[in-house]
Write a protein that binds this ligand. Structure first.
Ligand SMILES: Nc1nc2c(ncn2[C@@H]2O[C@H](COP(=O)(O)OP(=O)(O)OP(=O)(O)O)[C@@H](O)[C@H]2O)c(=O)[nH]1
Ligand SMILES: [Mg+2]
Length: 307
């Protein structure tokens, strides 16, 4: 997608967070200077957008510092805030479905708590890879929920991807093994592994995930090459503890932040970037097929603070 179209998608997706922030910040700095009152108000606005208390305090401290040195004024305050937020969110390498893949097949394990958008993300991801000319196989390792397989089948059909599935109640690690076998025999480029939602506090379910992981690596060295943890942006700061627990169990290599379109608390992206050493790779900004976008910190901040 062209850069303009991409920004538009992200901009629409962040509309709720933006409208909760920009107007209030504009009012807070209507005196044209960043006085104590305005600084406190901006801190409060950032906290309410789920940027996190520590990050909000740090951002406003640095904002004060910046503005002590330069001339203030509403425009300047926005420019400085943009810079501070970019400092936190920027600098990563955005996900590129056309980039060279590690491993053949390149295996992507998708994990997360219940209902965060794992299956939807896989469907959208399949589409992104297919649009880049890659062959894709979906592994239906959510054998727990009865409706999981038909849901994945619909996405597979839409994207033109193959699917490997089993009976409900089957061992997810066995399905994972079969999927990699099938991908190897069909010379498939990418395997996307859907897993059942699980609470990060349930030890036995986290063990099951480790087993799926080992199973993926049995015939394909280095698999999974990517482990994406899906986080629902509407859950707020709890996303941080989910990320920490899943990372302990499965070595998460990237985050997907979904449902940004449904929340005014999109600031969680900054908390995640600041607190964890794990990059945000993709963001979900709607339920449609093309509503999964590569995360780019600068674009994100631009869309968030546009006036
Ligand atoms: N608005 C919005 N809805 C989303 C987004 N991503 C997923 N959803 C919706 O969230 C709901 C749950 O999505 P699923 O993909 O089934 O979630 P899951 O993590 O696979 O759920 P379980 O397998 O039950 O754990 C669906 O209604 C999706 O359409 C998004 O970025 N924006
Ligand atoms: Mg699912």
């Amino acid at each position: 997608m062209a850069v303009a179209g991409l920004l538009e998608k992200v901009r629409n997706g962040l509309a709720k967070t933006r409208s909760a922030m920009v107007a209030r910040i504009t009012t807070a700095i209507s005196g044209d200077a960043l006085d104590e009152e305005a600084a406190d108000e901006i801190e409060e606005i950032l906290i309410q957008a789920d940027v996190g208390v520590d990050a909000a305090v740090e951002i406003v401290d640095r904002l004060r510092e910046r503005l002590r040195r330069a001339e203030s004024g509403a425009e300047q305050i926005f420019v400085s805030l943009r810079k501070e937020l970019c400092q936190i969110a920027g600098g990563g390498v955005p996900f590129d479905p056309g980039a060279e893949l590690t491993g053949k097949p390149h295996v992507v394990l998708v994990v997360g708590v219940n209902g965060v958008g794992k299956t939807t993300t896989i469907g959208k991801l399949a589409r992104l890879y297919r649009d880049s000319g890659r062959s894709v196989l979906l592994a239906a390792c959510d054998t727990f929920r009865a409706a999981a397989v038909p849901q994945l089948e619909i996405w597979a059909e839409r994207a033109g991807a193959n699917i490997v599935r089993a009976q409900q109640g089957a061992d997810p690690a066995a399905v994972a093994f079969d999927a990699v076998s099938a991908a190897l025999s069909r010379d498939t480029d990418v395997v996307l592994v859907d897993t059942a939602g699980r609470l990060h506090t349930k030890v036995n379910l986290m063990e099951e995930l480790k087993k799926v992981r080992r199973s993926l690596g049995k015939q394909c060295q280095g698999a999974p090459h990517e482990t994406l943890l899906v986080l629902d942006a509407t859950t707020g700061q709890n996303a941080l503890s989910q990320a920490r627990q899943f990372h302990l169990a499965t070595e998460v290599t990237g985050l997907v932040l979904t449902k940004l379109d449904g929340t005014a608390k999109g600031g969680i992206a900054f908390a995640l970037r600041r607190e964890l050493g794990i990059p945000i790779k993709l963001i979900g900004v709607g339920e449609g097929e093309d509503d999964l976008q590569p995360f780019d910190g600068e674009t994100f901040v631009e869309a968030l603070l546009e006036r």
